[in-house]
Ligand binder design. Structure first.
Ligand code: NAD
Length: 486
């Protein structure tokens, strides 16, 4: 059984309190590792190490050298691809086909992309007239923000953690990461890669633990942290803002969603079915950008539902390393209970269950895992809880619509505003509808097509701020103006 320790100041260390918690494989519910739980002491040590590292070789390193080290980090992940793959799949149960395609390669890419991007971003300068006629020159320079607290979730553990750590380090900051208690492995393994790549001690630190009254809260309320970047549930974001408000610093929040998929009768139906299948069921529905509300124009509603049902019923649930597996389990027994409570609520609220709605029969070692059936409902009003609340499971409600105005109104009638997908072959409609949706990201005829140079984030309760491309630079640096009288 693996022992998973903190990574502080370049070394793997256990908790001084001796407190640990179990690392479970959600596919089997088996205890596969023991994780050290960090307390005030470990957070204190990690923040102090990160603060000291800002003044060490990292702080004075030439840009080209820093960027070369980040390339080595990416290469180091790729060189140990199979270890990262196994670690991610054991923590999450996700199929290896998915993690090999998305989680691990994109986790590595986050270091290269942001290193390359930031080398070439200019800052502004202005000449100012002065009464003596000689003028003044203003120019802006960027400085690292300092010590960044990174609080990450369990659904795409390596990818979402490096999406923060990559740009943070590229900008010259140091980080303390608190990964989700459900998925501690890849964040820990990355410590070995950091050391091998020559990242100086204290630049990348990891403290394990939970949220409230544990490492998460101790880190986000620590006075010596200069910025907090968080991905997770909206209510956790609210708790972090409240708890950390005494110390003024920037936050970047990527929060929950209840994303609509809008399918017009003039779409390419094969593409719309394929894209909606992925957006609803990929990663067992545990993707923040995933679709949980599908709106289909009435003339193709029956055909669409029939084909989506066939797709859902063809999904193969199984072990992560079985090449036939296309859907894994939910992350935990606790999350399974939450998703099943929505399955029950949907029926109580009057839904017609097109497929699923329960727990599949799994055999052998998988019998005790956090499995639920892929599920499709129709027939609910827009006010139903399963249409309004984020479930984060492999399920969706499909609603027929009759006009563009109606579907835009329904799509926007939620407290969230993260992502939306629009399926139509009519390009002026595509632009018109995309422009009216309250969502930080709108895909037309695609889903999860990500360009890391573009702004990423949510409106309304789906987040604060934008990261991606130069927008990450805005969060991870302080911009300073220098005014020189000539
Ligand atoms: P979560 O909010 O339960 O946990 C996220 C992280 O916050 C974990 O590391 C957890 O330990 C920590 N945490 C919890 N309470 C805390 C507290 N009081 N103080 C400090 N840290 C605390 O989220 P989750 O269940 O891990 O992830 C699923 C959620 O994340 C979904 O709502 C999903 O939509 C959202 N998500 C959003 C995006 C996005 O880009 N917008 C991406 C992925 C996931």
């Amino acid at each position: 059984m693996q022992e998973i320790k903190h990574f502080i100041n370049g070394e793997f260390v256990g908790s001084q309190s001796g407190k640990t918690f179990a690392n479970l494989n959600p596919a089997t519910n088996q205890h596969i590792g023991t994780v050290h739980e960090g307390g005030q002491i470990e957070v204190e040590q990690a923040v102090a190490a990160a603060r000291a590292a800002l003044k060490g070789p990292w702080g004075t390193m030439p840009l080209a050298e820093r960027m070369a080290i980040l390339h080595k980090v990416a290469d180091g992940i790729n060189a140990r691809f199979d270890e990262f793959l196994e670690a991610e799949c054991l923590d999450t149960g996700k199929p290896k086909s998915l993690a090999a395609h998305i989680d691990i390669p994109r986790g590595a890419a986050n270091f290269k992309v942001f290193a390359d991007l930031f080398k070439n971003v200019p800052t502004e300068s202005f000449m100012l007239d002065t009464p003596d006629g000689k003028g003044a020159l203003n120019y802006a320079v960027r400085k690292p923000k300092g010590v960044i607290a990174v609080i990450s979730p369990w659904n795409l553990p390596l990818l979402l953690m490096t999406w923060k750590v990559g740009p943070a380090l590229a900008c010259g900051n140091t980080v303390v990461v608190k990964p989700s208690e459900e998925t501690p492995r890849t964040t820990t393994l990355l410590g070995e890669v950091m050391n091998a790549a020559g990242v100086p001690k204290g630049v990348y630190n990891v403290v394990h633990g939970f949220g409230p009254n544990s490492a998460g809260e101790f880190l986000t309320t620590h006075p010596d942290v200069d910025g907090i970047t968080f991905t997770g549930e909206t209510r956790t974001g609210a708790a972090i803002i409240k708890a950390s408000s005494a110390h003024i610093r920037h936050v970047s929040f990527e929060l929950g969603g209840k994303n609509p998929g809008i399918v017009f009768a003039d779409c390419d139906l094969d593409k719309a079915i394929e894209g909606t299948m992925r957006s609803v069921f990929a990663n067992c529905g545990q993707v923040c950008l995933g679709t949980e509300r599908v709106y289909v124009e009435r003339p193709i509603f029956d055909e669409f539902v029939k084909r989506l049902k066939a797709g859902a019923e063809a999904l193969q649930m199984g072990a992560w390393d079985d090449a036939c597996t296309s859907m894994g389990p939910l992350i935990s027994q606790e999350h399974k209970q939450k998703v099943l409570s929505y399955y029950q609520k949907a029926v109580e609220e009057g839904a017609t269950v097109i497929t699923g709605g329960g727990v599949p029969m799994m055999s052998g070692a998988l019998a005790e895992g956090a499995w639920v059936q892929p599920t499709i409902w129709i027939g609910l009003p827009e006010t139903a809880s399963v249409v309004q609340e984020e479930i984060f499971g492999p399920c969706c409600h499909v609603q027929p619509f009759d006009s563009e105005e109606q579907v835009i109104e329904w799509a926007n009638a939620t407290r969230y505003g993260l992502a939306a997908a629009v399926w139509t072959e009519n390009s002026s409609r595509a632009h018109r509808v995309a422009g009216q949706l309250d969502a930080g990201i709108v895909w037309v005829n695609s889903w999860f097509l990500r360009d890391l140079r573009t702004p990423f984030g949510g409106m309304k309760h789906s987040g604060i701020g934008r990261e991606g491309g130069v927008h990450s630079l805005e969060f991870y640096t302080e911009l300073k103006n220098v005014c020189v009288k000539l």
